[in-house]
Design a protein around this ligand. Structure first.
Ligand code: ATP
Length: 322
């Protein structure tokens, strides 16, 4: 188990991690989400031992210590994939991936390199020098190299940030099922809600150096504690409760996703279409009700200025009342 207790860290006088505590079970996939600058990368770096932190970090029974205690940061059982890929430009893709593998059994080494290149779909470029690769290709090679000697704990900082959408979806399905099958504990800092929703066992939500929520993706998505958390998963409405409840003040809010709201002829709330954005499988439709913009998913593109009626389930309104 990875245990983090009262972890704090400051860059000089600037506090960046503020008293974080959490436990992670072996083999869990944890995503860390939060606005840019909230401290996700600094948390991964601290776990890897790159900072001298306040507080304690344990993996199983072993306390993990920072650079004041370890001349060479990092632990054998842990790998950290940073946002710089750190490949050797004159070496080929295969040489980069196999760089830290033993040369004692060349055939075994070759086999392992092939396996990893297949996982990240880079077999065709095995003999290409790293200096000729695109950003996304470099990122896939760096990912494969990180897995060459399988770590017990894998820290990934935005591992798919340079990879196109089509390839990214397949790559993360392959990668995360490989990591589950090998029982690897994963902590992944990400801005991509799919990493958190579809692949994480738990999600840690950070804001300004603190953990403000932690839970399963379904818990957090269905019961977001506030609009900040909900907004990390996609578009969200934070609406004055007074729009829906006679006895609630304006300062109270209701959090609703656009798909929670339906445009139907018998809807309870009257509004006017202000803007329509095509999203592929639906139209994100901005409707104004009593001077407030509400974003709604609708299957058809409506004209601006059209009068519409909105329907929202009463139970949901009560559940999402902040
Ligand atoms: N080497 C550094 N020296 C001083 N301040 C730093 C350093 N690295 C990061 N910071 C600051 O620490 C804070 C947290 O940065 P960090 O990179 O951990 O955030 P993040 O959540 O990973 O951001 P992003 O999502 O943009 O990658 C930011 O305010 C950043 O400006």
């Amino acid at each position: 188990m990875l245990k983090v207790k009262n972890l704090s860290f400051a860059y000089g006088a600037k506090p960046v991690l503020k008293n974080l505590s959490f436990n992670i079970q072996k083999g869990e996939n944890i995503s860390i989400i939060g606005a840019s600058g909230c401290g996700k990368s600094t948390l991964l770096q601290s776990l890897y031992g790159l900072h001298d932190v306040k507080g304690k970090i344990f993996w199983k029974e072993k306390q993990l210590l920072g650079p004041n205690f370890n001349l060479v940061p990092g632990e054998d059982f842990m790998k950290y994939l940073t946002q710089d890929f750190d490949l050797m430009p004159p070496l080929t893709v295969a040489e980069n991936v196999g760089k830290h593998l033993s040369n004692a059994y060349p055939r075994k080494k070759q086999q392992r390199v092939n396996e990893l290149l297949a996982l990240v779909e880079m077999k065709e470029l095995a003999k290409t020098k790293a200096k000729f690769l695109s950003g996304g290709q470099q990122q896939r090679v760096a990912l494969a190299r990180t897995l060459a000697n399988p770590p017990e704990v894998l820290l990934l900082d935005e591992p798919f940030s340079h990879i196109d959408h089509f390839r990214k979806n397949k790559l993360r399905r392959n990668l995360f099922s490989h990591l589950k099958a090998t029982g690897t504990t994963v902590m992944l800092a990400t801005h991509d809600s799919t990493d958190a929703l579809s692949f994480a066992d738990k999600t840690i939500v950070m804001k300004a150096g603190r953990i403000i929520a932690m839970g399963s993706p379904t818990e957090l998505y269905n019961n977001p504690p506030n609009a900040y958390v909900a907004s990390l998963f996609g578009d969200v409405n934070e609406l004055p409760a007074s729009l829906f409840f006679d006895d609630q003040p304006v300062r109270k809010k209701v959090i609703l996703y656009p798909h929670d709201i339906h445009l139907t002829a018998s809807g309870r709330y009257q509004g006017v279409v202000k803007n329509v954005f095509f999203k592929g499988s639906f139209f994100l439709t901005e409707v104004e009700i009593e001077g407030t913009s509400v974003f709604v998913e609708h299957p058809e593109g409506l004209e601006n200025g059209k009068s519409v009626r909105l329907q929202i389930e009463q139970d949901l309104l009560e559940k999402r009342l902040g």
